[in-house]
Design a protein around this ligand. Structure first.
Ligand SMILES: [Cu+2]
Length: 540
């Protein structure tokens, strides 16, 4: 994105976004219609049956990267279709999320053109269409009833951290009004938002009284995850979190610890959408923040979604280039792996079709609701080679500065290599259906010195109403696999610990604790089904 000088490209992008945002929702190229194809408004079976996700977006399965790739393509085509002079060939840019960690230019993580309420266009300042979107029609969450907490009235304008957009009931509206009154200044809010995103990206494990390593690289930072996902061993594992977790468990963790693209993707959703991440000097959480990016239902209505997902698609292409997987037909699926079937009550792709849970997904699975010019459904196999099948490409981004595989040894760019991971802990016993909305699984450890330190955070991008598990054929258990590297292990176990390759690690006396951070502090949803055990923390 430009900073000075030639503004024509960005001006045209802004004009095109203004163009599609002004179209009525009945127009399939309108922003409102396209934004509504990710999550809400729910449709088909999903509009009335809480066991079926009513949106089209695919998460937690192998279709996650390709479904979002074709979504961006459709949005870009809509941007080009407005008839506005100069917009015939606008291209969707990406928000380079790892930029300021690689290029250290001291800039804010989020480009200013996404965070300024007004944009200078043709000599006047107009509402910036990349800053927020105002709904033309109400969105009613029918599965919970017309006046439920998560419905949105016409005229609702999307918000980001630190603001709250929870306005479905009079109580929530009053609470959000009260909360937002504390944040009246957009430029202060942007500073807070950038700080939060920076904290998520850098996510340092802070160990008090440890002068040498007081800011050690965090195996759980979003930045580390973006880097590590480039090393994911195959497309199945790269594409989604259930497959990623199975791979780690199958291989016993350690040097096989791996990260899927979906994981850092989730974190950015939560960082923009309302989950604070304390930094080194900032331990003051902002509670009650509730932005649209933080849940699958409304995320597509915040325009930043498309520049975030464009970066995710750029990372996907980066992974493809590093794994000789750019040609059509070069992606492969591990049959039967978690993440390779549709899951009831989870984000799956079939709101308006009666598809049995457990139906296998592969690269020929139709990506509803996206049609090709000939009227047939897009499949992942149509979307592998962006240059030859889809006729677009990416300019250089920050990840182009990262060498190809294998990464040189430890601490490359300050980040540990998987080889340094000496122990993987598994946090389990958490059922997504018992928690309203997205959440973060935070894992803590008490050091020998008595200090309690957060060693991991797993962002779970979810939705407000997840089916009660009484009827679920497949469970909605989520887990957090916590990699512990050599330096962190020695901080946990103290001077008695000496790293020896392959040696068993005795951490029986270490106290691990788990906290679940939800968006809405007041939520106390009664637990359903079997009494909950856990969360449990065990070694792999
Ligand atoms: Cu997303």
């Amino acid at each position: 994105m430009h900073d000075r000088g030639d503004t024509a490209m960005l001006d045209n992008l802004v004009k095109a976004f203004r163009g599609i945002q002004a179209l009525p929702p009945s127009d399939p190229n309108s922003f409102e219609a396209l934004a509504g194809l990710h999550g809400e408004p729910f449709r088909g079976f999903g509009a009335v049956n809480p066991n079926v996700y009513g949106g089209f977006c695919n998460h937690n399965n192998i279709l996650f990267p390709t479904w979002h790739r074709v979504y961006l393509l459709k949005l870009e085509n809509a941007l080009r279709s407005t008839g506005i002079p100069g917009c015939e060939n606008v291209t969707l840019p990406f928000w380079d999320e790892t930029r300021n960690l690689i290029i250290h230019d001291g800039r804010d993580p989020i480009p200013a053109c996404l965070t300024e309420p007004l944009y200078p266009l043709d000599g006047r300042r107009v509402p910036n269409p990349l800053y927020s979107y105002k709904l033309q029609q109400a969105i009613v969450q029918w599965t919970l009833g017309a006046n439920s907490r998560y419905s949105k009235p016409a005229g609702y304008t999307t918000v980001r951290y630190p603001l709250s957009g929870l306005v479905g009931t009079p109580e929530d509206r009053a609470a959000s009004d009260f909360h937002n009154k504390g944040y009246p200044d957009p430029s202060t809010n942007t500073t807070i938002l950038n700080g939060n995103v920076r904290n998520w990206l850098e996510g340092t494990v802070v160990i008090p009284d440890d002068p040498e390593h007081s800011r050690r690289p965090d195996t759980y930072s979003v930045y580390a995850r973006f880097l590590r996902c480039l090393q994911a061993p195959n497309y199945t594992v790269f594409s989604n979190i259930p497959s990623q977790n199975q791979w780690i468990k199958d291989h016993g963790g350690g040097s096989h610890y791996t990260v899927s693209l979906e994981s850092p993707h989730n974190a950015i959703h939560l960082a923009v959408g309302g989950f604070y991440q304390a930094g080194v000097y900032n331990a003051d959480p902002i509670r009650g923040a509730n932005g649209d990016m933080g849940a699958n239902e409304m995320a597509g209505f915040d325009p930043i979604f498309y520049l975030h997902h464009c970066f995710i698609d750029y990372v996907f292409w980066q992974w493809q280039k590093r794994h000789r997987s750019t040609a059509a037909g070069s992606l492969n699926i591990i049959p039967g792996y978690p993440g390779t079937s549709s899951v009831e009550g989870s984000a799956a792709s079939y709101p308006d079709r009666d598809i049995e849970p457990g139906t296998p997904l592969d690269l020929n699975t139709p990506l509803y609701p996206w049609k090709k010019d000939d009227g047939s459904w897009y499949t992942s196999n149509d979307l592998v080679d962006i240059e030859n099948q889809l006729d677009y490409s990416y300019g250089r981004g920050s990840l182009d500065h990262i060498p190809r595989l294998p990464f040189p040894g430890r601490s490359f760019l300050g980040q540990p290599d998987a080889a340094d991971i000496v122990l993987t802990k598994r946090v389990s016993g958490i059922n997504r259906a018992e928690i309203e909305g997205s959440f973060v699984i935070r894992t803590f450890v008490t050091l020998k010195t008595g200090e309690r330190v957060e060693i991991a955070r797993e962002p779970i991008l979810s939705r407000w109403e997840v089916a009660s598990c009484a009827n679920c054929k497949l469970h909605l258990d989520v887990e957090s696999l916590v990699p512990i590297d050599e330096t962190l292990m020695s901080a946990i176990l103290g001077p008695s610990y000496h790293y020896a390759p392959g040696a068993a690690i005795d951490d029986k006396h270490v106290k691990y604790e788990v906290e679940i951070q939800t968006l809405d502090d007041k939520q106390k949803k009664p637990l359903v089904g079997v009494p909950r055990v856990g969360p449990l923390v065990k070694s792999l």
